[in-house]
Design a protein around this ligand. Structure first.
Ligand SMILES: *Cc1c(COP(=O)(O)O)cnc(C)c1O
Length: 400
């Protein structure tokens, strides 16, 4: 064995000992509530495809139509010769949907966070993050080389203290001021709770900071027009940088920023993950455009309503089985277990009973906060939910 393999085997054994080793799970069916995994039929309570769009016939057709019209690859970065009609149409649809001047799409949400944060701030600036933001935002903040401050989850007092500190710190020796960027999520991906967008807007206005909100799990689900939590909290126009993904409720793949024309022009010029990366396949953009249209339509509203009614059924089922759920208002329902090993055991018991609800462990969540992350889909059936309730009830006693 090479010395690299030697060393990596040692590290993997270490992960094994800590019950933190991860392995890929092979899925043998499409992404839908009923899945075939490792030869077993499982009801999937783990996907972020909240509205069931990943297998929607209209989106499948749009992907095929996009391939026929535009071919497969984009051939180059958007700035060279890859800016095809499908990308432009998707961005126009996104801007209209989000009620902003403009929008820009990236290959993934991860690339969106990296490119955007790093183009907005650098070493003379300050980035302030909620403790629970997604890894893509943490990595982006680190890569930007800005000074980093973290506030306790949704702790507005601590955010204000950081903003006060930043106000003093940002005046540099030469009298010019650095910028302050606050970044948070609208729906927290592992906890399912919401950020207090109104308070965040008030604070950033008061201290002259910029605000970036990642709506990865909010888009399509919240607000009158299903734009996200920023809309639901009546703060459209007050958040300078709205981020989102196309691979969760929208069912496709990619990430985007919605904001002013100037912001988008700046990103086109400075976001390295946009500039130095081949444009996403145009057919994927074409399918994502169809997803935006679908979410905007009456069908989007009825799917959203169906999702919330399912979420309420699942919450009732979990609680009446004797498990505690935090007071979340989203389709992300974390069943907190704590110990990594116990979380794994519970997940594997549920899998034996026919349910896919994975244990989420460090480093995705802090050590000792392992949980089952249950997510609800608009196309879950009542029968599937009731069966889950019975199964959670029968396992409860073993995990007291
Ligand atoms: C999934 C996710 C991302 C990354 O998006 P991808 O398109 O999967 O790369 C970013 N932020 C949050 C909060 C997410 O949940």
């Amino acid at each position: 064995m090479s010395s690299l393999d030697d060393e990596l085997s040692r590290r993997l054994e270490d992960l094994d000992r800590q019950v933190l080793r991860r392995r890929l799970r092979n899925v043998e069916s499409p992404q839908q509530p009923q899945m075939r995994v490792g030869g077993h039929d499982l009801v999937n309570f783990s996907s972020n495809d909240y509205l069931g769009l990943a297998t929607h016939p209209r989106l499948k057709e749009a992907l095929i139509e996009g391939t026929t019209r535009f071919g497969v690859g984009a051939g180059a970065s958007r700035l060279i010769c890859g800016n095809l009609e499908a990308h432009r149409e998707l961005e126009d649809s996104l801007a209209r949907f989000k009620a902003t001047d403009a929008a820009l799409t990236f290959s993934t949400g991860y690339a969106t966070a990296l490119g955007t944060v790093c183009s907005l701030v650098s070493q003379d600036d300050i980035v302030i993050l909620d403790r629970l933001v997604h890894a893509s935002i943490i990595d982006a903040a680190r890569l930007s080389r800005a000074t980093l401050r973290v506030f306790g989850h949704n702790d507005m007092e601590q955010l204000e203290a950081h903003l006060q500190w930043a106000e003093k710190a940002r005046r540099k020796a030469d009298g010019t001021a650095g910028q302050v960027l606050v970044v948070t999520e609208s729906v927290f991906s592992m906890d399912g709770d919401l950020a207090p967008i109104r308070n965040l807007v008030e604070l950033k206005e008061c201290y002259g900071a910029w605000l970036m909100v990642d709506e990865a799990h909010g888009t399509g689900l919240f607000g009158t027009h299903r734009r996200g939590v920023v809309e639901a909290m009546e703060m459209t126009g007050m958040v300078e940088i709205q981020m989102g993904t196309l691979g969760k409720a929208l069912g496709v793949s990619g990430g985007y920023i919605a904001g002013s024309r100037v912001l988008i022009d700046w990103l086109i010029n400075r976001a390295r993950s946009f500039i130095f990366s081949t444009a996403p396949p145009p057919a994927v953009a074409w399918a994502a455009r169809e997803a935006v249209r679908l979410v905007e339509s009456e069908e989007g509203e009825s799917l959203r309503q169906q999702l919330w009614s399912r979420v309420n059924r699942v919450k009732e089922a979990v609680v009446s089985a004797g498990w505690t759920l935090p007071a979340v208002q989203s389709p992300i329902l974390p069943i907190l277990v704590g110990n990594e090993e116990a979380a794994l055991k519970l997940a594997s018991r549920l899998q034996d009973e026919g349910f896919l609800i994975p244990a989420i462990r460090y480093p995705t969540v802090p050590r000792g906060e392992a949980r089952l992350r249950l997510t609800v889909n608009a196309s879950h059936t009542i029968e599937q939910i009731e069966r889950l309730g019975r199964c959670l009830q029968s396992t409860r006693a073993d995990f007291a």
